[in-house]
Design a protein around this ligand. Sequence first.
Ligand code: NAP
Length: 262
Amino acid sequence: MNGLEAKVAVVTGASRGIGEASARVLDAMGAQVVLTGRTVDDLERVANELGNNPIVVPADLAKPGAGTDLAERILEVVEGVDVLVNNAGIPMRRLPESITEEEIDLVFAVNVRSLLTLSIGLASSMKSRGGGSIINVSSVAGVRGPGARVAYAGTKGAVDAMTRALASDWGPDGIRVNSIAPGLIATAIWEESRNTIPGLIEDMEGQIALKRWGFGDDIADVVAFFASDSSRYVTGETLVVDGGLARVSASATPQVLPELLE
Ligand SMILES: NC(=O)c1ccc[n+]([C@@H]2O[C@H](COP(=O)([O-])OP(=O)(O)OC[C@H]3O[C@@H](n4cnc5c(N)ncnc54)[C@H](OP(=O)(O)O)[C@@H]3O)[C@@H](O)[C@H]2O)c1
């Protein structure tokens, strides 16, 4: 897929995982990519392999004011923005009884507050260019009610709700806002658990209809769809990209009495 020539695409959390894969796909489609995250070495490693004059703008999105500040710094180095991939996010695996207020604030600061303030900070640029596409990365955790991740699930449900609300606010300006809810994607976010919890990989695979974990590319290709004109009449949607985990039965075994299957 191409068609993003002369467009500028911002990707948050572009230093690895889903964000890195998204930056690569958008660059391959012809966009100039602005890569952001905290780890400058990793951002530069990714940028060095891109072909359309990529720009690195580091930011810590946990800090108050970070989204607004980042938008201002981006608009100092590019003439405008057409695509924004709000991908940066952190996990928070805690039982409700053990999570602290500080942890709740942190996960909401990164996953929700900065996503919204960065979007607001870049929307006027998109409006002045005739529109744009904002792609928020949420999670199946916001759809299906996972155990021991109440605050994380809350942030991702908020992302999907804000996606619909912003699609309403900015539709008249030609800005489309959609979200992607990934399932189990084998990135650094899972690395420790995959290495330390025996049987986790197989157990999780058993819950997925397609019987495999996802990879960054599986999500990046959907980012490409939402960034491109192919999705020109889609806004306010959440697309679950999980190989059949959240809303699909992972077993072909009939779950009703055989006599009811006729
Ligand atoms: N992997 C999955 O199974 C899965 C499933 C559903 C949803 N998701 C969502 O997908 C998104 C990407 O996840 P991933 O799996 O690719 O995770 P990852 O490999 O851990 O990457 C997370 C990215 O976010 C950036 N980031 C984290 N904290 C940040 C902060 N305070 N300020 C700025 N950037 C920050 C990281 O960059 P630095 O460390 O350099 O700052 C990194 O580039 C997240 O929103 C996640 O919730 C992932």
